[in-house]
Design a protein around this ligand. Structure first.
Ligand SMILES: [Zn+2]
Length: 158
């Protein structure tokens, strides 16, 4: 369970290893005067199914599957993914100092921006500036330095 000061909202469970690094990352940002917190982390199959079905009802399946995953296919079910936001602004997360900080520092804690801008064709998902995935520091550093996605990393390694 993610402690209150690191999280707002529901679904706030995370894989213990990812959580450990997530906490370190939040504290480092805090040191730089920035407030990050998790708005959504681990989701069960049932949670994800509910979310996805809501989106399908709202936007139709064609559109919904570009920004949400079917139950069984969401990274949130691994406990390694976290949606991050900040308390101090009503701006889009993309326009915050916190987002810029994450772009420059998340890899040091083993996290990557999972669905980057202009990589929709590679990842199959729209740009999500708030969605991060724990992959470990060596992998995150490699992805950061080469400006690639997790898919491209897997292609290189396999
Ligand atoms: Zn997410």
């Amino acid at each position: 369970m993610i402690e209150g000061k690191y999280a707002k909202g529901s679904h706030n469970k995370m894989h213990p290893l990812a959580y450990d690094y997530f906490k370190q990352m939040v504290l480092a940002a805090l040191n730089d005067g920035l407030a990050l917190y998790s708005v959504s982390a681990y989701r069960s199959y049932q949670d994800q199914d509910k979310i996805y079905q809501n989106y399908v009802q709202k936007d139709g399946e064609e559109k919904a599957r570009k920004y949400s995953a079917k139950a069984g296919a969401s990274e949130h079910q691994t406990g390694l993914a976290v949606d991050i936001n900040t308390c101090f602004t009503k701006d889009h997360f993309e326009n915050t100092k916190e987002f810029i900080w994450l772009c420059n520092n998340a890899y040091k804690y083993g996290f990557i921006l999972r669905y980057p801008k202009d990589k929709e064709k590679v990842t199959g998902y729209i740009y999500e500036p708030w969605h991060y995935r724990y992959v470990g520091i060596p992998v995150a550093t490699f992805i950061y330095q080469n400006k690639i996605t997790f898919e491209e990393y897997c292609d290189i390694m396999i």
